[in-house]
Design a protein around this ligand. Structure first.
Ligand SMILES: [Zn+2]
Length: 258
């Protein structure tokens, strides 16, 4: 929540909130550049595999929509956090990626094309997803996962960021151990993502329709297993709360009707 407050300040006061992220700094188990390189390598391997198996989505209309929305969200991130001022974000559509979307350092977001089509996502909903994913990158969650591994197993077992990542991916049981932290990361991504969405200029109201679609899916699926996300209706309330706060701050700062 500390990050969120800093994000609000950043959004309206031009303050860089880089220092506010709880997952950075002296407690990181690996140098930031090493952790980022490990995750970037994983993203590249997913893209190589998709290219090899011809599962990169080539629909020009959908790719253009995704590029446009990603560019707007990237601009919003750059406006909020100067560390990303020169970043160029990329969203890559992969058929049956298996996750709705996943973010990687290097400003890459991999998106499940089937998920986008099945839920008939509009641009505002895409913006909400990309904002949430970008928030994971902004908050340094990928590096934090590797630090958990180092803490849990000891650095002797996972001496490098890459070995920590490979081990993390090898067993589902780690995600279960880290569930409380993953849940905290997801909440933070929703909160920070809401501020990014707000700054992106997309319609938050339409975007939050995504949570209704996800809630429908939850009703159909039986239970949500180890999913670290809160239920969709709770997530919707959290995002709506941040948007309402930001609207209030904005109204105070620009008293003229808009
Ligand atoms: Zn997430």
């Amino acid at each position: 929540m500390k990050t969120c407050v800093a994000m609000l300040l950043a959004l309206f006061g031009g303050v860089c909130f880089a220092q506010a992220s709880p997952d950075r700094g002296p407690h990181a188990a690996y140098p930031e550049s090493e952790a980022q390189a490990a995750w970037r390598g994983l993203a590249a391997s997913y893209v190589r595999k998709a290219s090899r198996t011809h599962t990169l989505d080539t629909d020009p209309v959908l790719n253009t929509r995704v590029d446009t929305v990603m560019a707007a969200v990237g601009t919003a991130v750059a406006a909020i956090d100067r560390r990303f001022a020169d970043s160029s974000w990329r969203a890559i559509l992969i058929e049956d990626f298996g996750h709705g979307a996943a973010a990687f350092p290097g400003e890459i977001i991999l998106v499940d094309a089937k998920f986008v089509r099945t839920l008939k996502l509009n641009d505002d909903e895409l913006a909400l997803i990309f904002s949430h994913e970008a928030a994971h990158v902004v908050a340094g969650h990928a590096s934090a996962k590797l630090s958990f591994m180092a803490e849990f197993l000891g650095k002797g077992k996972v001496p490098t960021a890459r070995t920590a990542l490979l081990e993390y991916l090898a067993k589902d049981s780690y995600a279960a151990v880290f569930q409380p932290t993953l849940q905290r990361q997801e909440r933070e991504a929703d909160t920070v993502g809401a501020a990014i969405l707000f700054a992106s200029g997309y319609d938050p109201q339409r975007a939050m329709g995504l949570f209704d679609k996800l809630a429908d899916m939850e009703t159909r699926d039986d239970g949500r297993g180890e999913d670290p996300h809160d239920a969709a209706r709770i997530r919707k309330q959290a995002v709506a709360g941040v948007i309402a706060d930001l609207r209030r701050i904005q109204a105070r700062r620009s008293p003229e009707p808009r």
